[in-house]
Design a protein around this ligand. Structure first.
Ligand SMILES: C[S@@+](CC[C@H](N)C(=O)[O-])C[C@H]1O[C@@H](n2cnc3c(N)ncnc32)[C@H](O)[C@@H]1O
Length: 260
């Protein structure tokens, strides 16, 4: 289970798409070309085209399974490239670079953003400017992640899981330090979404296809089930089921920077 599972990831597609729509809503102008860093299974192209129907979109992702799903399901809507977003260099400078819920997987991504900032600052920009728009989760101190780190640090699991529960996110102010430069207009905010989820163990189902994936993947097949049962029990206690569903509060950081 070392690669992503697009089917499991897409189970919460509505909830996961909402921040992307909120991010795009703050992008000015009409970008003609868009690069999506960490585009996943490609379903978010629809949100880009809902706002700018003529935009030419390139999705970049390092997961073979995600890119394959994107090509099969959305290959006629956008170009999808299998590449590490740290190395990807576009043929032409795009009008808009977006990244939704992906940079937390990339250590040192402030340097990646600085590189894109410098790239977008070069050459002749369209009248509405060029924009970098990113969203990263800001829930590393939520019970879902604290419980994961705590359990992963206990024996017998710790011998396999050391270092796997780390996420690479920065405070909103640090993103602003990189992107809010003279000649740029920057907009940063945080939003906590209260997702109401259905069914049994919904928080486990949510996080096991994303944030908990590296921890679960590090465990041997015969050890993983016991870890999952204990983690589910702790999540059920932290996120009790109510008559209308289970509430998962999820905080996210957004930064939109436009070169004037
Ligand atoms: C949580 S998914 C987000 C997918 C999509 N942007 C969305 O919002 O639904 C994170 C994606 O980032 C990709 N990713 C992680 N590290 C990457 C890297 N270094 N280069 C390119 N893609 C990467 C993963 O393969 C995965 O598809």
């Amino acid at each position: 289970m070392s690669d992503w599972d697009p089917t499991r990831y897409l189970r919460f597609a509505d909830e996961r798409s909402r921040p992307f729509v909120d991010l795009l809503a703050r992008v000015p102008g009409t970008p003609r070309t868009v690069v999506d860093l960490g585009a996943g299974p490609g379903h978010l192209v629809a949100a880009i085209h809902a706002r700018w129907p003529d935009a030419v979109v390139t999705g970049v992702d390092a997961s073979p399974a995600m890119v394959e799903r994107a090509l099969v399901e959305h290959g006629d809507e956008a170009r999808f490239v299998l590449a590490d977003l740290r190395d990807f260099v576009p043929d032409d400078v795009p009008d808009l670079v977006v990244s939704n819920a992906a940079l937390q997987w990339v250590p040192g991504h402030l340097d990646v953003l600085a590189r894109w900032r410098d790239l977008l600052a070069g050459g002749e920009a369209p009248s509405s400017g060029r924009t970098l728009a990113v969203q990263v989760p800001a829930n590393q101190d939520a019970p879902s992640h604290v419980l994961l780190r705590e359990l992963a640090a206990t024996e017998p699991y710790a011998r396999w899981t050391a270092g796997t529960a780390r996420v690479h996110v920065h405070r909103a102010a640090e993103y602003l330090d990189v992107l809010a430069r003279p000649g740029w207009t920057a907009d940063a905010w945080e939003t906590t979404y209260l997702h109401v989820l259905d069914g049994p163990d919904p928080v486990f189902r949510w996080i096991s296809s994303t944030g908990a994936r590296p921890v679960l993947a590090a465990l041997p097949d015969d050890v993983r089930p016991a870890f999952e049962e204990e983690y589910k029990a702790r999540l059920r206690a932290a996120y009790p089921e109510r008559s209308y569903g289970t509430v998962l509060p999820f905080r996210r950081t957004f930064v939109v920077a436009t070169r004037d």
